[in-house]
Design a binder for this molecule. Sequence first.
Ligand code: ADP
Length: 370
Amino acid sequence: MIKTIGLRSRLFFSHMLVMFVSLDFYIIINRLTSFRQFNEDLEQLVQREIELSQLKSILIAEFSTTWHVSMMWSILSGVIAALLLSYWIAQKITAPLIQIEQTTRKFADGQLDIRLPSSSIPEINRLSRSFNRMALSLEQVEQKRRELIGDLAHELRTPLTTIRGYLEEIADERILLTAPLLERLIKEVRRVERLVMDLQLLSKAEAGHLPLNLQSISLKSLLQHVSENLSTQMREDGPILTFDCPSNLPPIWADPDRTEQILVNLIGNALRYTEQGQIVVQIQWDDHHAWVTVADTGSGIAPKELPYVFDRFWRSQQSRTRYSGGTGLGLAITQRLVELQGGTIRVDSELGIGSKFQFSLPLKGFSSTQ
Ligand code: ADP
């Protein structure tokens, strides 16, 4: 029961308690000292056999002295009792606040794993819980930041080492700078450039600083445009790319450049990870959204790896071992771009059978940003 008493009630009851205890002390001491003292004085008067006329003034004087002395003792003991009790109560209430202050200072000094214990005062307990939640999310952000820097360094190291190796050999005249070698070097530089640009785009999208030019667009004409651009990447012996887009598809409300980027990322991945077979891009719609499905008959993704596909720098074991030229940022960017425009994205895949990426974008008239 005492555990659920709030800070306001605690303060109120503690003041009442201090008042009653000091009053009790006052009354008890007063009663003890004044009665005893007055009794002793009367005893002395009886022994001295004083006349009744004199007795009145002596009694008044005695009563006054006794009253003052007992009053002094009562007030003194009442004040001491009130002071001790107030100090104890203040200690009880301020101890968790001091602990919060010390913990936040340690947290600010970099001890990110420090947490506050629960308190019997509900308000302070709520504050501790909020602090612990905030501390956990800041610790995770810090952990992600460290991982990101580690991943970035790792991703940059490979192309930079390759470039440096070739340049040193050319400088030592151990190899000649031929056209194919120059092409290889340009490819590595482009990879670094793409990595930096992707990372910049992702950080802007995650911080919500990516300007969106939302407007009514036709997904069908956008898909035609994307398929024309991708035709250069199609291999003769590669998969067949087909589009299934109904002609009565209502317009969507989205940014044309960002939507094109989403389609290029998903269809580009399907082309990259499908040796042979088919890639089908299909569009359907429900009451509020258009749904785009990019299905391929490629390498697929193992079930245990599926939860990580949208994480930055994540690449499946297979695509890490063979040179795919990817940065591992494409799907992370795609997910942010879809979500920024009010849609959702999901993936379904089977190893060795193929993958199906499906995303939605709001139809015109059904976007919260309209
Ligand atoms: P990358 O630039 O490496 O392609 P992405 O973020 O686009 O980076 O994709 C992350 C990883 O997801 C890829 O490295 C690959 O392992 C896997 N992946 C993405 N799309 C497909 C797909 N259609 N089929 C099989 N694996 C895929």
